[in-house]
Write a protein that binds this ligand. Structure first.
Ligand SMILES: Nc1ncnc2c1ncn2[C@@H]1O[C@H](COP(=O)(O)OP(=O)(O)OP(=O)(O)O)[C@@H](O)[C@H]1O
Length: 285
């Protein structure tokens, strides 16, 4: 068993919309954090919803803990912790009462763990949830997701709305969650610096298609963004080129192995943000 989640040739279309997920395939190994990156409307939430079964997929296979995903199976449902950005927690009750609600829903509910995270995130226990700020609600959702012995976390924009301290705390919690190689996380975020901090590998999606799946270390240590002219571009092996973008007579080119590119071609220091921009706006060869 090498992957906690394996998505194979996932297709999903909405009626009345031109958007479609097209043969999306990826795997999440045990003990790893996978960052899911794409622009607004790229298909991240659709992919996550299709995995969870909250959206009906058209075709493809989703293997989770080595079985075909079935959201009606209690053991599978309990093993996945979910945080979506449109949170639906009951607003009329307090955190204290919420624990009792989830105790009735989840067989594996762990009140001690929940209390620990409520204290860790400094959330008020006696205030009605409807009075929580967006960031507080996000933290509360994360506390819930972490308190029913989930093995896989699916987090859609979970760091959105958190202040820098809150984001840092959450990233620490997530890093700790995967220690021990038994648990994994799929995390989408527009804050690529968060993903850069904690992800082991990255998946980039655009218009419903995966553009790139890569280990973060490989991306940062082996890939390069070249800055060159057209005549230099001609000297780069085409199978190394992931994407390129022209701006006047200058070009930026993302290549998969900087060692295999003529040393005379200039490279630029880059972050995952730069890679994301180039992938989203660039052309394929
Ligand atoms: N229920 C729906 N019916 C029709 N189209 C939909 C529906 N839900 C989403 N879409 C469309 O599917 C596409 C992908 O949306 P999705 O929410 O998966 O993107 P996303 O990558 O999560 O975006 P964001 O970063 O803005 O959250 C968009 O074009 C969106 O308008």
């Amino acid at each position: 068993m090498s992957a906690i989640l394996e998505v194979e040739a996932l297709n999903k279309q909405y009626s009345g919309s031109s958007f479609a997920l097209k043969d999306v395939s990826f795997a999440i190994p045990y003990g790893s954090i996978v960052g899911f990156i794409g622009e607004n409307g790229a298909g991240k939430s659709t992919t996550m919803g299709s995995i969870l079964g909250t959206l009906q997929k058209d075709s493809g296979s989703i293997q989770i803990f080595d079985e075909e995903m079935d959201p009606d199976k209690t053991n599978i449902k309990e093993s996945i912790g979910v945080v979506f950005d449109d949170i639906h927690l009951p607003g009329g009750i307090t955190v204290d009462k919420l624990g009792q609600v989830f105790n009735n829903i989840y067989q594996q509910w762990n009140q001690k763990t929940f209390d620990y995270y409520i204290d860790f995130f400094s959330l008020p226990k006696k205030k009605k949830i409807s009075g929580f700020s967006r960031g507080m609600s996000m933290k509360l959702s994360v506390a819930v997701a972490l308190s029913h012995d989930a093995k896989l976390l699916i987090l859609d924009e979970a760091t959105a709305g958190l202040d820098p301290t809150g984001r840092d705390e959450l990233l620490d919690v997530l890093k700790t969650f995967v220690i021990g190689e038994e648990r994994s996380i799929l995390l989408s975020s527009h804050i690529t610096s968060d993903i850069e901090k904690i992800a082991d590998s990255l998946i980039f999606i655009k218009n419903g298609e995966l553009l790139l799946k890569v280990e973060k270390e490989t991306l940062l240590n082996q890939y390069a963004i070249l800055q060159c002219k057209q005549y230099e571009f001609e000297h780069i092996e085409k199978n190394l080129i992931i994407t390129y973008k022209r701006s006047g007579d200058e070009m930026e080119v993302l290549v998969s192995d900087r060692e295999q590119v003529p040393a005379s071609i200039k490279t630029k220091a880059f972050s995952i943000d730069d890679i994301t921009l180039l992938l989203m706006r660039g052309e394929e060869v």
